[in-house]
Ligand binder design. Structure first.
Ligand code: SF4
Length: 324
């Protein structure tokens, strides 16, 4: 099985049963991203790409850690050799931090409001980055909205100022207000991710009733000339009830504006716990559409330096998991 098909199947399944030698340096526990607040996840690679897999003792797929990162996947009667990647903070080669673990908004697919962990202080964040600074290529920041958009943005900017001393590329993904892109650019941030989340206005309104999708579009459009084409990203969740045609329209609209879409398979969580993850077949179909749209707009995910486009653990990444 080639890497792309293997990764699509693993993403459709979402989890593995980890056995063998204890693997603490390879286990990530996160307050953000798919699997937030769960029992942790690992990053499996065969050298061609990486995939993040949540740990679930009930999973149908077994991953045996043989020691020193060497690992074997047992899936659908096949044995696939590879290795576990060591995690810096949240993911390999990055310090990806969630500043505010709680959120006043109630997006239906999100676990963060339920986790409601406290906000990290700038001192804590600086110390956390310091602890991994010698083995990361990027610092990435994300956050819930603890009080309101303006207060959160001010807090993130304060943290950004503090982290500049590391001279490591910084990516930021927060819900944007009116001038967020300008302020992050002026603060020295290299890349931003403002998430459009749902393919259509109607689905977004149903999933994120308190948020303004137009603000995200405006922020993305403002951001492209500031950060450059291909250095502005936007998550689009696949599996919220959109058709492939609707997903394609949204992907193309983002690409045409110079924004790289991140096609995030739904991780059934929050109020959507009983929903299904998208199938491997659908992920592969959309991967082709995604790759073509990027190509048509002259966008290269390979030049991204931070956050999910650089990591690719949770998504099929055209230009990363397979050439464009
Ligand atoms: S793709 Fe994004 S959310 Fe997933 S592990 Fe990587 S950085 Fe985290």
């Amino acid at each position: 099985m080639d890497w792309l098909n293997l990764k699509a199947r693993l993403l459709a399944e979402g989890s593995i049963r980890l056995s063998g030698v204890e693997a603490p340096p390879y286990i990530s526990s996160s307050a953000a991203g798919p699997g937030a607040g769960g029992s942790g996840s690992v990053f499996f690679s065969n050298g061609e790409g990486r995939v993040r897999l949540s740990l679930d003792p009930g999973s149908r797929i077994e991953l045996v850690h043989l020691g020193a990162g060497k690992a074997v996947l047992y899936m659908e009667g096949q044995e696939i050799e590879g290795y576990l990647e060591p995690v810096a903070l949240h993911c390999p080669r990055q310090a990806y931090l969630t500043l505010s673990g709680g959120c006043v908004y109630r997006c239906r697919y999100c676990e963060v409001p339920a986790i409601n962990s406290a906000r990290k202080t700038p001192e804590q964040i600086e110390a956390m980055v310091e602890s991994v600074a010698d083995r990361i290529d990027a610092i990435s920041l994300t956050s819930g909205v603890l009080y309101d958009l303006q207060e959160e943005e001010d807090y993130v900017l304060e943290v950004v100022r503090r982290l500049k001393k590391f001279e490591i590329p910084l990516g930021v993904s927060i819900f944007p207000g009116i001038n967020t892109a300008e302020k992050l650019s002026a603060g020295g941030v290299a890349e931003v991710k403002f998430n459009i989340e749902a393919a259509t206005v109607k689905i977004f309104a149903g999933m994120c009733p308190d948020l303004d999708r137009d603000l995200v579009w405006k922020a993305l459009q403002t951001a492209v000339p500031l950060f450059g084409r291909g250095h502005v990203f936007s998550n689009l969740i696949i599996g919220l009830g959109e058709t492939d045609e609707e997903a394609e329209q949204c992907i193309r609209a983002l690409c045409e504006r110079g924004v790289i879409p991140v096609l995030r398979p739904l991780n059934p969580a929050g109020e959507l716990k009983t929903w299904k993850r998208p199938s491997a077949k659908r992920l592969l179909r959309l991967f082709t559409i995604h790759g073509q749209a990027l190509k048509d707009s002259g966008l290269d995910p390979g030049s991204a330096v931070s956050m999910c486009v650089s990591c690719t653990g949770c998504d099929l990444g055209p230009g990363r998991d397979a050439p464009l």
